[in-house]
Design a binder for this molecule. Sequence first.
Ligand SMILES: Cc1ncc(C[n+]2csc(CCOP(=O)(O)OP(=O)(O)O)c2C)c(N)n1
Ligand SMILES: [Mg+2]
Length: 1010
Amino acid sequence: MSQFRSLAGVLRGSGLWMLSRNRPGRQAFNPCRGCSSGAAQPLPSALSSSYVEEMYYAWLEDPKNVHKSWDAYFRNAQAISPAGEVEERRPSTLLQGRALSQTPAMSQKVVEDHLAVHNLIRAYQIRGHHVAQLDPLGILTADVDSFVPSDLITTIDKLGFYGLDESDLNKTFQLPSTTFIGGQETTLPLREIIHRLETSYCGHIGVEFMFINNVEQCQWIRQKFESPGIMKFTDREKRTLLARLVRSTRFEDFLARKWSSEKRFGLEGCEVLIPALKMIIDKSSAAGIESVIMGMPHRGRLNVLANVVRKDLDQIFCQFDPKLEAADEGSGDVKYHLGMYHERINRETDKDITLSLMANPSHLEAVDPVVQGKTKAEQFYRGDTEGKKVMSILIHGDAAFAGQGVVYETFHLSELPSYTTQGTIHVVVNNQIGFTTDPRMARSSPYPTDVARVVNAPIFHVNADDPEAVMHVCRVAAEWRSTFNKDVVIDLVCYRRFGHNEMDEPMFTQPLMYKQIRKQEHVLKKYADKLISEGVVTLQEFEEEVAKYDKICEEAYTSSKDEKILHIRHWLDSPWPNFFTVEGEPKCMSYPPTGLPEEDLKHIGETASSVPLQDFSIHSGVSRILRGRADMVSKRTVDWALGEYMAFGSLLKDGIHVRLSGQDVERGTFSHRHHVLHDQEVDKRFCVPMNHLWPNQAPYTVCNSSLSEYGVLGFELGFAMASPNALVCWEAQFGDFHNTAQCIIDQFISPGQAKWVRNNGIVLLLPHGMEGMGPEHSSARPERFLQMSKDDPDRYPEFTGDFEVQQLYDCNWIVVNCSTPANYFHVLRRQILLPFRKPLIIFTPKSLLRLPEARSSFDEMTTETKFRRIIPDEGPASKNPDKVKRVIFCTGKVYYELAKERKQLKLEETVAIVRLEQISPFPFDLIKAEVEMYANAELIWCQEEHKNMGYYDYVRPRFLTVLSNKKPIWYVGRDPAAAPATGNKFTHLAELKRFMDTAFDLNAFEGRSF
Ligand SMILES: Cc1ncc(C[n+]2csc(CCOP(=O)(O)OP(=O)(O)O)c2C)c(N)n1
Ligand SMILES: [Mg+2]
């Protein structure tokens, strides 16, 4: 299809592209650009000269009689008509700028032709990208479709589509205000119009923007691509571009030479990515950006670290040394996943800039929301509400960008007030292949970038073998972001010179493409030749530039040999300089009690029960809730919601930012929270009492999120990365919905510290409990979190030092199921008072939110109180432990059901119930004390979940370790099942009764061997 691609090419080749670009003499009629906006209107079917005249006379009578476009047209035409013609003022005169020599048919043709030309201009703006020459290999079409739109003038006969023909090519047409191809000119001959449209829209850049529903933004883009000469670069800029291409290319060459059999996912075929990113950063720095946070996949990652972030080359090279031992604990990660943080001077702007590339897992695109969250947090802490100081760049592969749903979820966060980062620049390394899969098999959308259209982001497709075109789109993208604070996509259409990795054979699956690739001249060579032929550089200068960089690589290679040990710590993407010691250790290994002075509890409770704004009318139901809170405060008690309020409010007093994000968190899924009060009389008037607690408190952010888990949890994880001094909580609507964010949990939250030596204190609030609500909405899948907890089930730990803190320090995350509001309060505060950060998973209740027995007294929350890892039996059984026949260990809500049943059965002296509040890391020390205290009793683990779910598989081996395998711990609970809960209420209750009966049947396990 390429032979149809360019009218210029076709016409020139066939000799039809008449004539040079000789501009015909100016015509008498030369209205200003603004006067022709009416031409964009559809042509009336019954258009005739009398139609135009009718319009004209109607307009003379009253301009309002006609459409405003005709009004503008006649007004301007009249304004520029020669004085002598004013009297005549016939429409044909005005239109043609000539006297009445025009026949009606001629004037009709003039109008029709103008409208046609305006439509033609519009057609290029909308569809020009379909025929742009984007593929450097010249064999594929970037939009996976060789269809040529019929309204683009790819052959001379296409003029007929508009009712024009070859004879019109030399006619001059007035340009509409919706084009900038004229530059200073307001009229151009049709031939030149087509030529300029082709240059703007069908060359090496394909601009997709006409779907944007904002005229100002469309005009801005047109101006950036249509203005004649807009793509010009100075010689200095060209030399800088060449030098950057040298670095990018020679870096990969160097690695290939030194480690020919190592996977590195090189950038070959898209070397222009490096100058592209640098251009974006330069332009953004010039616009005031001080920090750029980047996320990217495997391809070209080492090159970006070396040549964009400027990681020391020897640090990169020593990653290739298989003999170097790891200095840090944990698994570490492969070299093309590691992150990096670097402050440096931007040479182009002479301004300081911080660049960070986030560490990421192999899971493509998973890092996108994490980058956004971290960017948002940095903006937040700097008070950069407009994103003028901090921005993000996301780099994608074509297959992943189109295929991974988290891309869509991330786009949907881009304009939400509590999630926007004020515009992200997306760069797609579109090598037209995903591993071995062709685009036609990999996506249903024309371009890999179509997902960006949902947020009206402009998309700039560009042929990556034209470095100057790439620089131009990067420049425009950076300006777009700083002008409109909206996302923008650069689609670098390139190729992959080798296989998926350097060991892979691409000819198995893409033989023809790779035959072409073998013939393809390197972009560096092509660009160097171009600059040499333009006289911008000499061959010698070019060769010196290459030699200079090769020498840098060689020297770094030599010094990399001096490295004796690998420090993942050196690859930290989010350092917390003042939180740890210089060696990166916690400053102490204890935490103070988490209780609060009574007056603070009272003060927070009173604020939580009131409306801090005057004349604010709240819903009567909310009023009732607030009254209920006031009543609890007067009685020195808290329910779940108030316990949470106390924790958040007290941290705010200490300058800790608290952020709670998730679906419907403002009210709370179970309508218990009400952190945002809505005025019932005034639209959009709302109030967050938590922000009215203390004079100099930290801000509290509570935000209902989009209906996404993967994207939003990733975002909050990123937010929590930016600072240790924030309590960042993500709440799932129901606990089981976290499974659509499983990748963030499995790839970042659980192993994040092991892979990337980076702490993270994110809190997951997961509503959980078997309450007869069916297979969904019941289980937050505790078994999954517990299975990933890394404390050894079979090793009895040594209880030295502050065991409680040491155990927390050693774990990969903390899993709790609190049965009281006081304990929930303490665990949230402990999260911040700990001298290090670990992710905290909390299974939160549903029915307990309102259960009167599940309230706590202020006495459990005042100074000197703390989080209780277990809550032992405190009733009659504990007073006489020798008489106790059975100890039931349990966690969460089932405690209340067990306690009620025990009371009814009058077994309070015979059966002790111990609550495990911190499930992981397992409180070996406290459990040991309990089993020793009730030495004669039979031990039971009771859970309401099915046997193959919940906690049983986690706690059982740990109990046995405590018991030295000498005594059993019997299981009581629901039988194994495939679904987490029954959908039948009757069955639910029958199951509950059955396992309650077993829990209190003291003979149930008699004679059983273990
Ligand atoms: C979520 C996920 N699924 C599958 C893979 C395996 N994988 C790694 S790279 C790749 C191809 C990616 O293609 P593209 O996004 O076009 O990037 P390219 O490698 O071409 O640069 C695949 C399928 C992965 N890393 N992540
Ligand atoms: Mg690809």
